[in-house]
Design a protein around this ligand. Structure first.
Ligand code: TYD
Ligand code: MG
Length: 454
């Protein structure tokens, strides 16, 4: 006998509670609890008992690791974020703001897989077949091994997948899917959770890779949020300014590879194209000889990327100085300004500061500290930093410059793009061998570094 009860979920963070609450104790949002029925099936515990009898643990040496095969999506940047292609039977969540290009990217994956005669099923709950067809025409040629389906009922979807056994399925989007077993509306926490559970079971039992599209709320989490992230194998997020043409795909969780790899794409008239030389792309249009502009180097997984930090420092016309950070961590900007004021004597307390990491990318790596401090100092003094210089290093609270990792890769990237000088932590400089075509300057304190501006 199925017994029904209901619980309350916070629609913001997925917190579960037996009673209604005005404020969510987890995310502190007000008025986010809604009642959702939960179905408890008596058959579940019996099935569990039967499963326990069959379960037989294996020694770790009995399990071979060689049988993990990876299938290329045909998009190099996506493969890189996935750790070299996707693993059959995995569940992959692609999140991002509406309109950022999730459906476009996955349709391109479908095109590549179908051109290798792999069967792919694209299930959309958002668009009509004609709309998908129109988009596909912009992207390129498709073969008939791609099948389209407009459906939102997971029971029907499950039957369809079981009958056709495609090698890859796209679910666009999880917020539109619903299971008939649960009476709450599509997009609610319990529906999203149940739908993902069903898809997880399909993926694992049939060995089919399922890509799930998830929309992101304005707070930056997938709606019906954390509940989804822990169930899937891989979580990818699309970032970037919707009005600019570049898009950054970031791996947040990956059970089959490393996270923190990023893929850079550009939205063009015929879908998303890959940007291989990300540094050149990020530095495009950089003003030369402007004060407050510094080139830094950040490691994104295994790849170094050069970026420009801009700082505009002006005397405040209000009582409270205004501080703003775009792309960089706001608290880090405040902290660096305090360190600069205390340790190098720059009078920043009554200045407005606007710090911007150009390219719409969001990075909080500590190696950006030194470049950020230098941009602020350069902006304050209104003296430019040599435009052929790359700066990186972590700054401590005493104004000391601390070593960072993977220095050689960073310096080589700077040399590759034609930079002439690298200002790096002295702790790193002493260990580093000479690198062709680039001069290294080791600094041990923020004060030394600021003096280089003049
Ligand atoms: P879409 O992939 O539908 O975004 P999502 O699924 O994440 O909501 O659409 C991305 C945007 O890109 C859309 O506003 C139209 C635009 N676009 C192009 O500029 N060029 C193209 O070739 C395509 C297919 C879309
Ligand atoms: Mg879409």
């Amino acid at each position: 006998m199925a017994k029904s009860k209901s619980v309350f979920f916070c629609q913001q963070c997925g917190y579960e509670s037996a009673k209604w609450m005005g404020q969510c104790p987890a995310c502190r949002e007000w008025n986010t609890f809604t009642e959702e029925p939960v179905l408890i099936s008596a058959a579940g515990s019996k099935a569990r008992a039967a499963g326990a009898a069959k379960a037989s643990p294996k020694a770790i040496s009995e399990i071979s690791g060689d049988d993990v095969i990876r299938i290329s999506t045909g998009i190099g940047e996506l493969d890189r974020v996935l750790g070299g292609g996707f693993v059959p039977g995995s569940l992959i969540l692609v999140g991002g703001d509406p309109g950022i290009g999730k459906s476009t990217l996955l349709l391109q994956v479908c095109r590549n897989l179908s051109s290798e005669n792999k069967n792919v099923l694209y299930i959309s709950g958002e668009e009509s077949l004609t709309q998908i067809r129109l988009r596909a025409e912009r992207i390129g040629e498709f073969t008939d091994s791609l099948k389209l389906l407009c459906e939102t009922d997971l029971g029907v979807i499950e039957e369809c997948i079981t009958a056709s056994k495609p090698s890859c399925v796209i679910i666009d989007s999880i917020q539109t899917m619903s299971s008939a077993d649960i009476s709450s509306s599509p997009g609610s926490v319990s529906q999203v959770r149940e739908s993902t559970n069903i898809l997880l079971r399909i993926a694992k039992t049939l060995g089919i890779t399922i890509f799930i599209v998830g929309h992101v709320t304005k707070e930056g989490t997938v709606a019906g949020p954390r509940v989804l992230e822990h169930m899937v194998d891989t979580v990818l997020y699309f970032e970037g300014d919707r009005h600019a043409s570049y898009r950054i795909l970031r791996g947040v969780k990956n059970r089959f590879g490393s996270t923190n790899e990023i893929g850079v794409f550009e939205m063009s008239g015929s879908g998303l194209s890959e940007v291989e030389n990300a540094s050149a792309y990020m530095l495009d249009g950089r003003p030369e000889g402007a004060s407050g502009s510094v080139v830094v180097c950040s490691m994104e997984g295994t790849r170094p990327i050069l970026l420009e930090i801009q700082a505009l420092i002006t005397r405040t016309s209000f009582g409270m100085p205004r501080r703003q950070a775009t792309g960089a961590d706001y608290n880090r900007v405040n902290l660096l300004m305090a360190v600069l004021e205390r340790r190098t004597g720059l009078k920043l307390a009554d200045c407005d500061a606007y710090v911007n990491l150009t390219g719409g990318i969001r990075i909080s790596e500590p190696a950006l500290d030194l470049g950020m401090a230098m941009a602020i100092a350069s902006g304050f003094k209104n003296r430019p930093v040599d435009p052929h210089t790359v700066v990186f290093g972590e700054v401590g609270l005493s104004g000391e410059v601390r070593s960072v990792t993977q220095v050689e890769a960073r310096v080589k990237e700077a040399a590759r793009l034609g930079f002439e000088t690298c200002i790096i932590p002295s702790g790193n400089a002493s260990k580093l061998k000479e690198i062709k075509d680039i001069k290294l300057i080791g600094v041990s304190s923020l004060e030394d570094c600021i003096q280089l501006i003049g």
